[in-house]
Design a protein around this ligand. Structure first.
Ligand code: BTN
Length: 244
């Protein structure tokens, strides 16, 4: 996969920039065969998190970027494959620096019980297929203090004890994405890296808190928990909260 990387000093949001300006190219599977557009920013004045959340990032300290992928014939009901590929590629890249990285369903990257990376994937559909996918990634790299109300942030420099080059991380991630996305073992690899997999922990859904074991994530992206009464519970994104 070839990438065209546009570097901006400041933008409202790299995802919004891509939504407005990005044009698509041809592709195979979830991987573009033409040039894939990537926009990176030193600072976002209105970085977007999931839902109505903001994404806090100190100017020039972290890796903030969006990729425009144009999948060829990826059905909308298989869109979770994109989340899996990006999450596995990020987790494997970070695991070169330390132990303790995992994927918190659906697509946050955690180091132990602290969040190092979030992603905002915005798919545009053409009928039942994904026309294009904007993958926005915020990776905390060199920020040492966090001021927003995000519960448990951590950066790579806090983990390894020194600054890390953001461009090198971006290139490393991009070089992994294609091979991870076409891997036969992608679902298996994603499952093996899940935060809390096989462990008892506390969750909350619309009926309140409960204790359960995280069993697996099925290929369409639903989370399977086994509660302490031996019942399997199936959740879509946002239907259940991890109590940390
Ligand atoms: C989350 O809430 O966990 C998702 C955070 C996603 C943040 C990234 S930073 C680059 C891209 N541009 C945005 O506005 N958001 C994503």
């Amino acid at each position: 996969m070839d990438f065209e990387i546009i570097h901006l000093q400041e933008v409202v949001s790299t995802n919004s920039w891509m939504l407005e300006r990005g044009t698509t190219s041809s592709s195979v599977g979830i991987v573009a065969t033409g040039t894939t557009l990537v926009v990176v920013a030193d600072y976002q004045s209105g970085g977007r998190g999931c839902g109505t959340n903001r994404w806090e990032s100190e100017r020039g300290k972290n890796l903030l970027f969006s990729i425009l992928l144009h999948p060829l014939e990826l059905p909308a009901n298989q869109q979770f494959r994109i989340s899996m590929a990006v999450s596995v590629a990020l987790c494997e890249m970070l695991s070169q620096y330390a132990d303790g990285f995992s994927i918190k369903w659906p697509n946050d990257i955690y180091w132990n019980d602290r969040k190092i990376c979030g992603m905002l994937i915005e798919n545009r559909l053409a009928g039942t297929l994904i026309r294009d996918s904007i993958i926005g990634i915020g990776l905390n790299v060199n920020q040492r203090a966090f001021h927003s109300d995000a519960p448990n942030p951590v950066s790579l420099s806090q983990i390894v004890g020194h600054d890390v080059d953001c461009d090198a991380l971006l290139n490393d991630f991009l070089s992994r994405l294609e091979s991870v996305s076409i891997r036969e073992t992608l679902c298996f690899d994603y499952g093996n890296k899940l935060f809390r997999r096989g462990k008892q922990a506390v969750y909350a859904d619309k009926s309140g808190r409960f204790t359960a074991e995280l069993k697996q994530v099925i290929p369409d992206g639903h989370l399977v928990l086994l509660d302490d009464k031996g019942r399997e519970r199936l959740y879509a994104f946002k239907e259940v909260q991890f109590i940390l």
